[in-house]
Design a protein around this ligand. Structure first.
Ligand code: 5GP
Ligand code: MN
Length: 335
């Protein structure tokens, strides 16, 4: 939790602030960042959100997305902002390596680091930690940061509410994961009251596929899905050629892993994608199967109990074989 009253005081005068989040931001990373951005701007601070990469196109409706700064193409501007920043918010990540090329920039910046996050095993780099691994989303923590810590619920505009709603919606799989407590629903109700147009947000995020993306989904279901019934596990493995055939871009594989988990009886699902520079994997599970432990131990990653990810520089077949070879270790959970 937030340590020390003086931090409340710190935001009472205008500051130069940068908000950062993890590489390839998802709905929660971007929603929490832009939600906080609008609130801080409304309080008179000089605020910028600096990203290490692009993000899925289904998020490009979010209020404030035109103001985002991209480190790879706006490097000099970013360096100048980091050099001057009093405070650097670190949202939706608790290990600096998750910011990819921004890691050394954030590490070396003089500004005070404030982490707001819900991932396990936080690295000790922040001066302020507003951290709760039981939170459903970082956007939920940004909400309580504003509403409870700063007692400033009335300042939540429709823009802030929309961004935070989108973050919580995407990180809870539309309010169906175990993290979706009644407290989450109360917050969601408050966000709708504050002006989040929930039906529009669902429409923007879930009904924005291209024809190509839908055909890619059909292709994956037909050609790339493997079920391992003895371990109640299913996985997709996508080669470089599969991706090239459909000109797959950031976000096109988002949600695919859930189709593997939706098979009756399946308790662990994996998605292995050959992104050329490395193999990226995503795991999802139900019950006590520890995706984060598997990713941490074997795939250089981490995350949450039921949703985690990692990567490897080995080839696709090797990574998939390793995954299959560790299933017996988790037999008690899986069967
Ligand atoms: P996804 O599978 O959607 O990429 O990620 C699911 C969750 O796993 C994310 O919320 C994030 O916490 C975690 N995650 C994904 N990739 C990595 C990774 O490479 N390293 C770590 N530490 N966590 C990851
Ligand atoms: Mn998150």
């Amino acid at each position: 939790m937030l340590q020390g009253e003086e931090y409340l005081e710190a935001l009472s005068r205008p500051k130069k602030i940068i908000i950062t989040t993890h590489h390839k931001p998802d709905g929660d990373a971007l929603g929490s960042s832009l939600g906080l951005y609008h609130w801080l701007k409304g309080k008179g601070h000089d605020v910028h959100v600096v990203l290490s990469s692009d993000f899925p196109t289904f998020l490009d409706w979010m209020p404030g997305f035109d103001d985002l700064i991209y480190y790879p193409t706006q490097t000099e501007l970013s360096h100048n902002l980091f050099a001057e920043a009093d405070i650097i918010f670190c949202l939706d990540y608790s290990a600096l390596s998750r910011t990819n090329i921004l890691e050394p920039v954030i590490r070396e910046a003089k500004g005070q680091k404030w982490m707001i996050d819900h991932h396990l095993d936080p690295e000790d780099f922040a001066a302020v930690e507003y951290w709760d691994s039981s939170a459903a989303a970082t956007a939920q923590l940004v909400y309580t940061f504003i509403a409870d810590v700063y007692q400033d619920k009335d300042s939540i505009t429709p823009e802030i509410a929309s961004c935070l709603y989108a973050g919580i919606m995407t990180d809870t799989g539309s309010f169906r994961f175990r993290s979706t407590t009644s407290a989450v629903h109360h917050i969601i109700a408050n966000l709708i009251d504050a002006g989040a147009r929930n039906w529009e947000i669902h429409e923007n995020i879930y009904n924005s596929a291209t024809e190509n993306r839908l055909k890619f989904l059909g292709y994956c279901l037909l050609n790339c899905l493997e079920v391992i019934p003895e371990y109640n596990t299913a996985l997709f493995s996508l080669t470089k050629e599969d991706l090239a055939k459909f000109n797959v871009t950031t976000g096109d594989t988002e949600g695919l892993v859930n189709y593997a988990l939706s098979i009756k009886g399946i308790r662990l699902a994996g998605l292995f994608v050959d992104r050329t520079e490395l193999i990226k994997l995503s795991l999802r599970s139900i019950g006590e199967i520890p995706c984060n432990e598997i990713c941490r131990k074997y795939f250089n990653g981490g995350g949450h109990l039921n949703a985690a990810g990692g990567n490897s520089t080995e080839d696709l077949d090797t990574v998939v074989s390793r995954f299959k070879s560790i299933l017996p270790e988790y037999k008690n959970y899986l069967t």
